[in-house]
Design a protein around this ligand. Structure first.
Ligand SMILES: [Zn+2]
Length: 371
C-alpha cells in the first residue's frame, strides 16, 4: 500500500513539474512575442520619421563655369520660411508674385518703401538717416556687385533693421536676360553677397527684376522674364514689382517737390502700396524728397513695413486682378548697362504674370549646380 501511495505521489509531482515547465514555456513565448512587437513598432516609427526628411540633393549638368547654391523647392522640400517674420503667405511654389499676394492679403493701409540699385556711398546714408529719423523700416533691392563694392553700407542697411533683397548681380539687361540660367546665376551671386553681409543662412528669398517683371509687349526681355518667374518659383524665390512710385527714373529729372507730386498721383486710391524709388548715385532728389513722402503717406494713414512683413488673411490668391492691366503699363527700372529707358509710364500698373509651374525651367541645362 505504501508503495502504491509513494508511486501516486511521485506521479503527481511529475505532473506538477510538467505543468510548471509548460507555464514557463508559455510565459517565455508571450514575453518573446511582446518584445518582437515592441521592436516592430520602433522600426515602423523610425521608418516614418526618415521618410519625412528632405530628399537627397540633386546635381544637374553644367559646364562648371559658375557655381550656385540655390536649393530647389520640390515635393520633398518645405516652402521657404522668411527669416524676419514667419508669414502665412502662400509658398513661392504656389504663387511667387509678392505684389499679387500683398494685394490679396486683406491687410489695410500698409506701405512698403523700396529702394533699388544700391548700396551707394552718397545716397544710401542719406536715405538711412531719414528712415531712422521717422522710425520707418524699408526694403532695399541691392545689386550684388555693389554690395561687394560697398560692404559697410550694405551692412549698415541690415544693422538698422531694413530688409536687403535681391536685384541681380550686375543689373545689365543684355547679360542678365539671355536665359533663365544667366538670370538665376546672377540671382545666386547676389544672394550669396546678401548671405555674407547679413550672416543669415537663408535670407528671405525675394527678387525684383531689373526693369520690373511686368509682362509687356514693349519689353523685349518680357518672354525671358516670364520664364525666369518659373525658375524663381522652383528655387523658392518670390519676386515683387510695384504699384506706386516717385518717378525718379521716369522721363526728365525731377526735383524733390515733383517726386512728391508724382508719388501722390501714383498712390491715389490704393490700400496697399509698394513704392518704387532708387538708391542710385545720381538720385539726390530721391533722398531729398523721402522725408516729405513719409510724412504725406503717414498723414494718409499708412504704416510702413518691410516686404517680409505681410499680414496675410486671404485664402485665395490671384483673383482676376490681372485683367485690369494692359501692355502699355510697363514701367522701367535703371539698366546699368547704359541701355536707354524703355518708355515712361505715368501710371503705376501691374500686368499679367503667368502662374509659376514647377520644374519647367531654370536648370535643365547650363551651369547651375543644385545643392
Ligand atoms: Zn534697378
Amino acid at each position: 500500500m505504501a508503495t502504491m501511495n509513494e508511486f501516486e505521489r511521485r506521479r503527481r509531482e511529475r505532473r506538477m513539474r510538467e505543468r510548471r515547465r509548460k507555464k514557463r514555456i508559455r510565459a517565455a513565448i508571450i514575453l518573446t512575442a511582446f518584445v518582437c512587437a515592441v521592436i516592430l513598432i520602433v522600426i515602423l516609427v523610425m521608418s516614418r520619421c526618415s521618410s519625412n526628411k528632405p530628399a537627397e540633393t540633386v546635381q544637374l549638368g553644367g559646364d562648371g563655369t559658375s557655381e550656385t547654391t540655390l536649393s530647389p523647392q520640390n515635393e520633398a522640400t518645405p516652402a521657404p520660411t522668411p527669416t524676419a517674420n514667419p508669414m502665412t503667405i502662400p509658398p513661392a511654389s504656389e504663387n511667387n508674385d509678392l505684389m499679387d499676394i500683398i494685394e490679396d492679403s486683406g491687410q489695410e493701409k500698409r506701405c512698403y518703401l523700396t529702394f533699388d540699385d544700391g548700396p551707394t556711398e552718397n545716397i544710401t546714408p542719406q536715405i538711412l538717416d531719414t528712415l531712422r529719423r521717422y522710425n520707418v523700416k524699408a526694403t532695399f533691392f541691392e545689386i550684388g556687385s555693389l554690395i561687394q563694392t560697398n560692404p559697410s553700407m550694405a551692412r549698415r542697411v541690415y544693422e538698422e533693421g531694413h530688409l536687403i533683397a535681391n536685384h541681380s548681380d550686375g543689373h545689365n539687361y543684355a547679360k542678365l536676360y539671355v536665359s533663365t540660367d544667366t538670370f538665376m546665376n546672377e540671382v545666386n551671386e547676389c544672394y550669396e553677397a546678401i548671405k555674407d553681409i547679413t550672416g543669415e543662412a537663408e535670407p528671405f528669398k525675394l527678387v525684383r527684376f531689373p526693369g520690373g517683371g511686368f509682362n509687356s509687349s514693349a519689353d523685349s526681355y518680357s518672354p525671358v522674364k516670364q520664364e525666369c518667374k518659373d525658375a524663381l518659383a522652383e528655387y523658392g524665390f518670390y519676386y515683387c514689382d510695384w504699384n506706386a512710385l516717385n518717378g525718379d527714373a521716369e522721363g526728365k529729372t525731377k526735383d524733390a517737390d515733383e517726386l512728391l507730386d508724382y508719388l501722390i498721383d501714383s498712390a491715389e486710391g490704393q490700400d496697399n502700396l509698394v513704392v518704387l524709388m532708387h538708391d542710385a548715385a545720381s538720385k539726390q532728389a530721391t533722398a531729398d524728397a523721402l522725408g516729405s513722402i513719409i510724412e504725406y503717406l503717414r498723414g494718409e494713414g499708412y504704416t510702413f513695413h518691410r516686404l517680409d512683413d505681410i499680414e496675410y488673411q486671404s485664402s485665395s490668391v490671384g483673383t482676376g486682378l490681372d485683367d485690369e492691366y494692359t501692355d502699355s503699363d510697363y514701367d522701367e527700372d535703371t539698366d546699368m548697362s547704359g541701355d536707354e529707358d524703355e518708355g515712361s509710364t505715368p501710371a503705376p500698373r501691374r500686368t499679367t504674370s503667368p502662374a509659376p509651374s514647377s520644374g519647367s525651367s531654370g536648370g535643365s541645362s547650363g551651369p547651375i549646380i543644385i545643392q
